[in-house]
Design a protein around this ligand. Structure first.
Ligand code: PLP
Length: 384
């Protein structure tokens, strides 16, 4: 079956009722046949039937052996870092989500875990950053907010040669466009808050794993630390999977149109979009993404921070808000919003300038979106 068909028919009708959608099991505990004898479920932190429907479905779509759903994307990433011990080392990218940067530099560093950031689109830099204690290579592709493209298969080869694992935050690409486990990654992670939920009404995270031993270790950590996804959220994420393919392809198509429109626009200094032929990662993106290049476009305005502030406040359809991946288009300034947790000097050095704007393209009509951005540019330029 093709992805779109699979996504709709992954969960068979309920055994006793014939229901086509999963039930929302709110029960926190489950009756046992006898003391010391366990059924499939015993306590909702350890496993819940609604959560399992979502976990099994996303695992199938990401070509993994199992899925683990969390209360947020950050909880999912934190679970991965808990595989590491004091003295271990992580290699990660420059343009990862600001919350990931904060977790790596301000929380897990307290446990003696070291982190080195490199441009992961430069494979020599990735290789050079490895030490004998490197246990995890953590990448995002397309990157956030600069949309850099990292070669997943090449990173998997480097990580494995150094006895480390490769984790890929696949939030931006989704399994519709890229399936990292098929390219050799060990763990794929999503902020399900984004495209999987897709409607700005659910907070969640998920890990999908390629190998059953690693799955067991992560499950143990998840159950021991407890940041699991609640049943209603699991229901909403499961529902989101059914339209994921349509939404992501359509949103990516519109994003490409917007990137093309603003490429060489007199008021835009630079457009960051991996679908553009002059994007440095375009060839790799064309190889490891299929069906589109994603629905995030970043623009660097030709002007100062004041112009950016005015622009971001002048759109009428694009809402000024963090987050991404839903049906509504959003606009944000990474320097003051999604990437405010980065050190200012680090941001400046690595191109996350104050003039940078990140757009999350929704499902609205492309012509309306382009017209909205144009009128906002006009108003911002006139000082309004
Ligand atoms: N990874 C990426 C790429 C994100 O954009 C986000 C949130 O914006 C996260 C991880 C964290 O996910 P959550 O907000 O669900 O904790």
């Amino acid at each position: 079956m093709k992805f779109r068909t699979k996504a709709i028919h992954l969960t068979p009708p309920g055994r006793s009722t014939g229901a086509l959608v999963p039930a929302i099991y709110l029960s926190t505990t489950f009756a046992q046949p006898a003391p010391g004898q366990w059924g499939e479920f015993d306590y909702s932190r350890s496993g819940n039937p609604t959560r399992k429907c979502f976990e099994d479905a996303i695992a199938e779509l990401e070509s993994g052996v199992g899925g683990l759903a969390f209360s947020s994307g950050m909880a999912a990433i934190h679970c991965v870092t808990m595989l590491l011990e004091c003295g271990d080392h992580i290699v990660t990218g420059y343009d990862v989500y600001g919350g990931t940067y904060r977790l790596f530099h301000k929380i897990i560093n307290r446990s003696g875990i070291k982190v080195t950031m490199v441009p992961t689109n430069d494979l020599d830099a990735v290789e050079a950053a490895f030490t004998p204690r490197t246990r995890l290579l953590w990448i995002e592709t397309p990157g956030n907010p600069l949309l850099s493209i990292t070669d997943i298969a090449a990173c998997a080869e480097i990580a494995h040669r150094h006895n480390a694992i490769l984790g890929v935050d696949n939030t931006f690409a989704t399994p519709v466009l890229t399936r990292p486990l098929e390219l050799g990654a060990d763990i794929v992670m999503h902020s399900a808050t984004k495209y999987i939920g897709g409607h700005t009404d659910v907070l969640g995270g998920v890990l999908v794993v390629r190998d059953s031993e690693l799955f067991k270790r992560l499950y143990f950590i998840q159950n021991a630390t407890g940041a699991v996804m609640a049943p209603l959220e699991a229901y909403l994420c499961h529902r989101g999977l059914k339209t994921l393919d349509l939404r992501v392809r359509e949103q990516s198509r519109t994003a490409h149109q917007i990137a093309d429109f603003f490429h060489n626009h007199p008021r835009i200094r630079k457009v960051y979009y991996p679908g553009l032929a002059d994007h440095p990662g375009h060839e790799i993106a064309a190889r490891q993404m299929s069906g589109g290049f994603g629905a995030i476009v970043s623009l660097e305005l030709d002007g100062d921070a004041g112009l950016v502030q005015r622009f971001a406040k002048s759109t009428q359809i694009f809402q000024l808000a963090v987050s991404l991946g839903a049906v509504e288009s959003l606009i944000e300034q990474p320097a003051t919003m999604s990437h405010a947790s980065y050190d200012a000097a680090f941001r400046a050095k690595h191109g996350i300038r104050d003039e940078l704007i990140r757009l999350s393209i929704g499902l609205e009509d492309p012509e309306d979106l382009i017209a909205d951005l144009e009128q906002a540019l006009d108003r911002a330029t006139k000082g309004g």
